[in-house]
Design a protein around this ligand. Structure first.
Ligand code: GBH
Length: 483
């Protein structure tokens, strides 16, 4: 803000809001306005994209040799998913991917994050690869590249092959994942340059094996759940090693994690420090272990005799330095400094009237995108950061003209983006952003009752229609600044 007074800033914002193009050889006042408008811009090479995941969009659950996954079983178990919805057909993207690529192209985004269904490649989780599954991802990657869109691949977004005995309770599953990662890196790294091992450790460990709201729907004792967590981070580590050993030079490896992230109650050094401490402590079992290559003493002490069994060499694999770190940002809590507590902070509960989106857990906390990135940057200095998901369910209704005017989603995205822009402006190593999601899709235990796309999908006809939020995002991508 240095050198710009309040009135000039106002002019700049006005110009930006009107989308005015300012001439390069403008007078002093206009130059100030231009520079203020420039303050709303993202870095020139900022990577805009959209994200999806295999089980949520592909359908074709029994086609071309795909093996069953824990989500097929879970969604077909009565009472587990809203309305008994399943991903059997979902968006039928397995057949309609050319249409989906056309949507990406029309948005003008440069990148697409999708996940690979492990059980299309290894129907039983390991063993002999299924060429038809490999062919599908070859076609997808080739079509993306032909459209000028860079593929960013997630290797595991929760659709675990059901045939793997014990699922994530079994340490062998982590090795099976490593073998699958090695195979995919070998097949795709001539064209795919950026791989994420796993998506959101908490969701396929604790939520699947401790609280049970997600597949496989188990409620195990804490001790067993801690071991599942360990197998999750170990799978990531084995995946990193496997990709590095099998991929072409220049391939980048990271993961897409959904860490607990926080906003300082007040932007003062003590509260900011509290945010960093809370981020480090509360992610001890996942991201902190990955970034530091060890479990914090506080975590091990708190778990006591339930602490995970760790074998020699595990932590070195888990803590292998990454080429980038991607985080999925939806919500976060406020934290304040609290000197009366040994940990030095207090996480504030969400109050009843705090605004949230239709998904009950989705409290609107736009500042968390900045503070999450900042805390992670200061704690662990990752080389590059991405937002691999951000988005929301909204009060989507199809209007008489066939369009969804999702003003609440536009509001949500615009607010979060303001704080993302702050992160970029202040020089945090944030390289790109992927909207979740390209289109409405199977929203896990919520089935099709909560929809998170910027394109509406008519699940009877499979017709995709841009929502207002897609129009808004297209303009943001086109101008590369807040709109
Ligand atoms: C993402 O997770 C997923 O990666 C993506 O597949 C999904 O479609 C997207 O969210 C939109 O929801 O009620 O205690 O069980 C977001 C992070 C963390 C949100 C767990 C839901 C469940 C809280 N998720 N949370 S609980």
């Amino acid at each position: 803000m240095t050198g710009i007074n309040r009135r000039e800033l106002g002019l700049g914002l006005g110009a930006a809001a009107l989308g005015t193009t300012l001439p390069a050889t403008a007078g002093a006042q206009t130059a100030a306005a231009a520079s203020a408008a420039g303050n709303l811009s993202f870095p020139p090479d900022f990577l805009w994209g959209c994200a999806t995941a295999s089980y949520q969009i592909e359908g074709a659950a029994k086609e071309d040799g795909r093996g069953p996954t824990v989500w097929d079983i879970f969604s077909h178990t009565p009472g587990k998913v809203a309305n008994g919805d399943t991903g059997d057909v979902a968006c039928d993207s397995y057949h309609r991917y050319p249409e989906d690529i056309a949507l990406l192209k029309a948005l003008g985004v440069k990148a697409y994050r999708f996940s690979i269904a492990w059980s299309r490649i290894f129907p039983e989780g390991r063993g002999k690869p299924n060429q038809k599954g490999v062919d599908y991802y070859n076609r997808l990657v080739d079509a993306l590249l032909a459209a000028g869109i860079t593929p960013h691949v997630t290797l595991f977004h929760w659709d675990l092959p059901a045939a793997l005995p014990g699922g994530w309770q079994n340490r062998d599953t982590a090795y099976a994942f490593g073998d699958y990662a090695a195979f995919m890196a070998g097949r795709l790294s001539d064209r795919v340059k950026q791989f994420m091992t796993v998506n959101e450790l908490l969701c396929f460990t604790d939520l699947g094996y401790l609280t049970g709201g997600k597949a496989p729907g188990l409620k195990l004792p804490q001790k067993d759940a801690n071991q599942v967590r360990h197998h999750g981070v170990l799978a990531h580590g084995l995946g990193v090693q496997a990709i590095r050993a099998n991929a072409k030079a220049g391939t980048r490896v990271g993961l897409a994690e959904n860490p607990s992230i926080y906003v300082p109650a007040v932007e003062t050094p003590d509260h900011i420090e509290a945010v960093k401490k809370a981020t480090r402590d509360t992610n001890a079992m996942f991201l902190t272990a990955i970034m530091e290559g060890r479990y914090l003493d506080s975590y091990l002490t708190a778990q006591g005799k339930d602490a995970p069994k760790v074998q020699e060499g595990d932590m070195k694999l888990i803590g292998a330095p990454l080429d980038f770190l991607s985080i999925n940002v939806y919500t976060g809590k406020m934290v304040r400094a609290d000197v009366s507590k040994p940990e030095g902070y207090a996480i504030l509960p969400m109050t009843g009237e705090a605004p949230r989106m239709p998904s009950k857990w989705l409290y609107v906390t736009p500042e968390v995108i900045y503070w999450g990135l900042r805390a992670i940057s200061e704690l662990w200095k990752p080389k590059a950061l991405y937002i691999s998901e951000n988005g929301c369910s909204a009060d989507d209704k199809v209007s008489d003209d066939g369009k969804v005017y999702d003003t609440d989603r536009v509001m949500y995205l615009r607010n979060y983006m303001t704080h993302l822009q702050r992160a970029a402006r202040e020089g945090l190593p944030i390289k790109g952003y992927f909207v979740w999601s390209l289109m409405d899709n199977f929203e896990w235990e919520d089935g099709y009752t909560k929809l998170v796309g910027i394109h509406h999908v008519d699940f009877k006809t499979q017709k995709r229609t841009p929502k207002l939020s897609a129009d808004w995002y297209r303009e943001l991508v086109r101008t590369n600044r807040l709109v």
